[in-house]
Design a protein around this ligand. Structure first.
Ligand code: 13P
Ligand code: SF4
Length: 380
C-alpha cells in the first residue's frame, strides 16, 4: 500500500478481522474525518489525555500522538505522565508497562486489544520459571534473569522476584553489565537475537553464549555447556526482524556502494555483523538525523518507520533511505491500531467512559514495577 492509499483508506470486506471489535460507523468514516474528530477530543480533554505512539505505528495513527519514540522513551514518558487517560498506540506489552509505571488513578488503554507481540508470547511464564530453576540447579551459579521489555507482566514480576531487571534495545549493554556486577550468569529472554548481539558487543565469546530450546529436555544443553556459559538465551525471536539477512546487506552494498546499513538489534547476529550500525528505533532515527545531507541509508527495521523516514528525510535534506529487505517487513499487530480504533476509544473517554483498558492485576503489578523501575534507574 502506498502512503497516499494509506491515508485515504476506508474499510472493505477483507478488513473484517482488523475491524471485528468496533462499530461499522467508525471504520466507514474517512480517515481525515477520524483525525479531525480525534484532534477535537484531544483539545477538549487537554491535560487529562496523553497519546503515546511507537515508531512502528502507521502514519495516520502516529499523527495523533503527543509523544513518539522507542520502548525506553515511551516507558519513561509513561512513568512521568500525570494525565488521567493514556492511550497507547503500540502493542500489548507496551501498554502493560505503562499501566505498571502509572498510578492506580491513571487509566491506560490500547486502541485495539488484539495488538499483541508474537515475541512476547514466546515466553510463557511457567516455562520461563521452570527453565530458570533448572539452570540454577544444574550450574549452582548465581543467575540473574534479564527480560527484554517485549514480555508479559507475569514474566517481569518473576524477573523482579529473582533479583533481575528489564531491558530494552537501547540499554541492553548497560543492563547486562549491571547483571554481571551482581551475578555470575545471565538468563536472557525472550529475544535470542537481542541477547546474543548485546553479549557479543560486550566481548563475551560465542562459546560462552548458549541457546535454551523450549522444546528440548534441559533446553537441549549438556550440564558442561550450561556451566561454561555466561549467557543463556531463550529461543524467542521477532518474526519481522529475523527476515533481514546478510545477503540483503551484500545486495544493497553492491547496488549502492556508498550506502550505510543500519539494523535493529532484534536482527540475527550475522546481519548485525554485516551492517555498519545497530541500534534501537530512536538510535536509528538519531543517526540519520545527524548524518550529512544527501547521505544514503538501507535500514533493517519495520516498514512503517522506514517509509516515514524515507519520505521525511528526502523532503528535509535530500537523504536517501530504503528498507533493507525489499519484501514488506511489517509489524502486523502494531498496525492493528487504526485511527478508527483510536477514535472509538477517544469517543468513550470524552463521555467519561473507559473501554480497552489494560489493567495489570496485583500482586503482578507491584512486583513487575520493581524490575521496570530498576531499569529506569539504571538508564538515567
Ligand atoms: P525499540 O525499543 O527499539 O523501539 O524496539 C521495540 C520493538 O518492539 C522492536 O521490534
Ligand atoms: Fe514484537 Fe517484532 Fe512487532 Fe517488535 S516488531 S512489537 S518484537 S512483533
Amino acid at each position: 500500500m502506498t502512503e497516499e492509499q494509506g491515508s485515504q483508506w476506508v474499510s472493505s470486506e477483507k478488513d473484517s478481522f482488523l475491524f471485528a471489535n468496533i462499530p461499522a460507523t467508525y471504520y466507514q468514516t474517512p480517515i481525515q474525518e477520524l483525525l479531525e474528530r480525534g484532534g477535537r477530543i484531544k483539545k477538549a480533554l487537554g491535560k487529562d489525555l496523553l497519546i503515546l505512539a511507537h515508531h512502528y505505528q502507521q502514519d495516520d495513527t502516529f499523527s495523533l500522538a503527543d509523544f513518539s519514540g522507542d520502548s525506553l522513551y515511551l516507558a519513561q514518558q509513561a512513568a512521568k505522565a500525570r494525565a488521567k487517560y493514556i492511550v497507547f498506540a503500540g502493542v500489548h506489552f507496551m501498554a502493560e508497562s505503562a499501566d505498571i509505571l502509572t498510578g492506580d488513578d491513571q487509566i491506560v488503554t490500547l486502541p485495539n486489544l488484539t495488538a499483541g507481540c508474537s515475541m512476547a508470547d514466546m515466553a510463557d511464564h511457567d516455562q520461563v520459571e521452570d527453565a530458570f530453576e533448572q539452570v540454577e540447579e544444574i550450574t549452582g551459579a548465581k543467575v540473574i534473569p534479564v527480560t527484554y521489555i517485549n514480555s508479559t507482566a507475569a514474566t517481569k514480576a518473576f524477573t523482579a522476584q529473582k533479583g533481575g531487571v528489564v531491558c530494552t534495545s537501547s540499554n541492553s549493554g548497560k543492563i547486562l553489565k549491571w547483571a554481571f556486577s551482581v551475578g555470575q550468569k545471565v538468563f536472557f529472554f525472550p529475544d535470542q537475537f537481542l541477547g546474543i548481539n548485546t553479549a557479543l558487543a560486550m566481548g563475551i565469546p560465542r562459546e560462552e553464549i548458549v541457546l535454551w530450546r523450549r522444546d528440548k529436555h534441559d533446553g537441549g544443553l549438556s550440564p558442561e555447556a550450561l556451566k561454561r556459559a555466561k549467557v543463556i538465551l531463550w529461543d524467542g525471536f521477532c518474526s519481522v526482524h529475523q527476515r533481514f539477512t546478510p545477503a540483503h546487506v551484500a545486495a544493497v552494498r553492491k547496488r549502492i556502494p556508498d550506502v550505510t546499513v543500519m539494523v535493529h538489534p532484534e536482527c540475527p547476529a550475522e546481519t548485525v555483523a554485516a551492517a555498519d550500525f545497530s541500534g534501537s528505533t530512536s538510535e536509528i532515527l538519531k543517526k540519520v538525523t545527524e548524518a550529512p545531507k544527501g547521505s544514503k541509508w538501507a535500514i533493517g527495521t519495520e516498514i512503517n518507520m522506514v517509509n516515514r523516514m524515507a519520505r521525511d528525510f528526502k523532503a528535509k535534506d535530500g537523504k536517501y533511505i530504503e528498507v533493507l529487505n525489499p519484501t514488506v517487513c511489517i509489524c502486523s499487530t502494531m498496525y492493528r491500531n487504526h485511527p478508527a480504533h483510536v477514535l472509538w476509544v477517544l469517543d468513550h473517554l470524552a463521555k467519561g467512559e473507559v473501554i480497552h483498558r489494560i489493567l495489570v492485576p496485583e500482586p503482578i503489578k507491584s512486583q513487575s514495577r520493581a524490575a521496570l523501575t530498576r531499569m529506569l534507574e539504571l538508564s538515567a
